[in-house]
Design a protein around this ligand. Structure first.
Ligand code: WT7
Length: 646
């Protein structure tokens, strides 16, 4: 769903005088960054992180497009996220309030977190993981997910977290691509009121042959799991046997911190590489300023899963670097009832909530009685991320969840950017529903036309980032050519984000959505090519084309068109289509399941054989198909439509 810019006269929501007076970030922050951008970032890196060896160089972009930030400094991510707070006397502060879906809960202080992370780091070392080795993490949203990530960071072993909703197939390809040595998983997790297994997917993935030597298994649900002696190790036993003392390994600022796979325009997911010093600087800086975090008094709740970048930067790293107290919730927002999140807000006195437009739209649909049942008066900042937020949802969020008073920050960023890039500042900006508004201090963005010229106010074009930023990706794991081609070739010297955007008459940015073959379904990024290749891997399918169609609930929905082989589906198309949807879920993930699949006699293609998705999108969205003159066979659209009418 694209947020359409509203008229210039649209209502804005300035911060209250009280909020502005106490805010971490004031208008001065823009001024501070404008003068000397690099010095500004160096200042943030020094103020927000502890360096084992201070850096003297800020940015080296001579190897562009790969940047080096704070290159001669050394530090450890887990030390910064945990140990230094304990050393500062904050060991008794709660780091994580864990709320399990069945209703169990647990509070972990920074001191307890330090002990668990240290034990886990020792356990990994015991299993042969050394600095630089990759570790795959496939866990539900439980404290062990954060502990596992930090344990890897503590020994300098890059983690690759794979979303628990991904299939064995997806898990396998990511494990192999990163050559992971160990997988950390669980028997399962709770979802929608029942245990949902994870270990079988790991067993299936490893059965295909991988470099994995050991599997650490957390016990969460108590489900029965099959066990491979010698390979599988119980997390609890390994941690108990390990020493609670561990010295963090200081790494170079540019040491890889993690790989996170995301969908691109081809069928193969990209392993986005983030390094240590710059990424952590951006995580801490944005978390502190965009959410106005006051670590002594705030209770922060981000609803993202650690399987996504939001979970990396705004569950694991940002909040812990800043010494925050946060809530982690395992399950779905409607289990057991549609007010579960609001119950959590009331129970823990949550002050800052960060979630996605798709969840806000679902809550709108469920009705105001669910939030109304709970005391939400503790909330003081609301955030949105993942897709454009339609102004109606924005207003509802502020009015119903935020008592009509809290700032709402619509934060634009990507897996690749590492942290928030374009957003209002809650104590400064007069917010405009539906607009991400301005680049953060220290960030430089532009909207360019087809010729690479900045568009004037009121114009629209392609969103680019014009200067390097500390949290920027350092490449695609194992494929640096693709890194250059994907992001840096469309507008040489500038980073092309893949999004279209508009600048309104005030110069505020409205992100309109992807302009490439990437879809955004409920804030999850999916590739048309990846789903197409899953469909054609089914014996009944000869060819497939997938488009993202506008959807009221999920922003976009996956709509597929397939050409079936010979007799496939004759007479029983419904069943076959259900089977194909299940096949996509199995090959990729249930989140990639097409909303609908249509069998068609042909697909619209240009003379060079490229599928014209634009025409299929017209059909999927119930419009008359647009200009079809560049098709190799101009009668194709007619044939398709006749077939659909029948
Ligand atoms: C894509 C990145 C950022 C963490 C979650 C998604 C879209 C993200 C917004 C926003 C409009 C947004 C863009 C972007 N997107 N936030 N506030 N307004 N669009 O990360 O999976 O890497 O997806 O999500 O299209 O390119 P991701």
């Amino acid at each position: 769903m694209s947020a359409q810019p509203e008229p210039h006269t649209a209502e804005t929501f300035p911060p209250s005088a009280d909020f502005a007076a106490q805010a971490n970030a004031t208008a001065d922050l823009y001024q501070a960054a404008e003068g000397d951008r690099e010095a500004f970032w160096a200042g943030q890196a020094r103020d927000l992180l502890d360096w084992a060896q201070p850096f003297t160089e800020t940015l080296d972009f001579s190897g562009a497009p790969v940047a080096r930030w704070f290159g001669d400094g050394r530090l450890n991510a887990a030390y910064n996220a945990v140990d230094r707070h304990v050393a500062a006397g904050l060991g008794d502060r709660v780091a994580i309030h864990f709320e399990g879906e069945p209703g169990d809960s647990q509070a972990l202080t920074y001191a307890e977190l330090q002990e668990r992370v240290s034990r886990a780091a020792n356990a990994l070392t015991e299993l042969g993981v050394a600095t630089g080795d990759r570790v795959a993490i496939y866990l539900p949203m439980i404290p062990e997910a954060v502990i596992a990530m930090l344990a890897c960071a503590r020994i300098g072993a890059p983690h690759s977290v794979i979303f628990g909703g991904f299939s064995a197939e997806a898990l396998y390809s990511r494990i192999v691509d990163a050559e992971a040595k160990v997988v950390i998983t669980a028997d399962g997790g709770y979802r929608r009121g029942k245990p949902s297994a994870l270990k079988p997917a790991v067993d299936d993935a490893l059965a295909k042959g991988t470099p994995v030597e050991h599997v650490l298994v957390v016990e969460r649900t108590g489900q029965e799991v099959s066990w491979t002696e010698g390979r599988d190790v119980r997390w609890n036993e390994a941690l108990e046997a390990a020493s609670p003392e561990h010295t963090p390994v200081d790494v170079e600022a540019e040491h890889p911190l993690f790989i996170l796979y995301t969908s691109g325009t081809t069928g193969k997911p990209k392993g986005i590489l983030h390094t240590t010093g710059g990424y952590l600087t951006q995580a801490a800086y944005t978390h502190r300023n965009v959410f106005d975090l006051k670590p002594e008094s705030d209770v922060y709740f981000c609803t993202a899963d650690i399987g996504w970048i939001t979970g990396h930067t705004y569950v694991t790293y940002g909040p812990l670097l800043n010494g925050a107290t946060q809530v982690i919730y395992e399950g779905t927002p409607d289990t057991p009832e549609k007010d579960r999140w609001w119950q959590i807000v009331a129970k823990y006195g949550v002050t800052i909530l960060y979630t996605a437009p798709t969840a806000i739209r679902a809550a709108m649909k469920w009705g105001e009685e669910f939030p109304a049942r709970n005391d939400l008066s503790s909330l003081r900042v609301l955030g949105s991320v993942g897709e454009p937020i339609n102004p109606e949802a924005w207003r509802w969020y502020r009015r119903v969840i935020g008592a009509g008073t809290t700032p709402v920050v619509d934060t634009w960023w990507q897996t690749e950017t590492g942290g928030i890039m374009i957003t209002p500042l809650p104590g400064v900006t007069a917010a405009k529903p539906g607009s991400a508004q301005r680049p953060l201090p220290g960030v430089s963005a532009e909207i360019l036309d087809d010729n690479g010229q900045p568009v004037p106010d009121g114009g629209s074009g392609y969103l680019v980032l014009t200067e390097p930023w500390p949290g920027m990706l350092r490449g695609i794991w194992g494929d640096m050519q693709r890194f250059t081609d994907t992001y840096w070739s469309r507008f040489p010297g500038r980073y092309f984000a893949g999004d279209g955007a508009r600048k309104d008459n005030d110069g505020d940015i409205w992100v309109l959505g992807r302009v490439d073959d990437v879809m955004n379904v409920s804030g999850h990024r999916l590739s048309t090519a990846e789903i197409e290749s899953a469909l054609v891997s089914h014996p009944a399918v000869a060819e497939a084309a997938v488009v993202g169609a506008t959807d009221e609930d999920t922003g976009q929905a996956v709509v597929a068109f397939v050409i079936l082989h010979g007799d496939a589906g004759k007479g029983e198309t419904e069943e076959l289509m259900a089977e194909l949807r299940g096949h996509v879920a199995k090959e990729i993930s249930p989140i990639a399941k097409p909303r609908s699949i249509q069998a068609v006699p042909e697909l619209p293609k240009t003379r060079s054989g490229k599928i014209m998705r634009r025409l299929l999108r017209d059909l999927a969205e119930g419009r008359e198909a647009g200009d079809a003159t560049t098709l190799a066979d101009t009668t194709v659209m007619e044939k398709i439509m006749q077939g659909l009418k029948r």
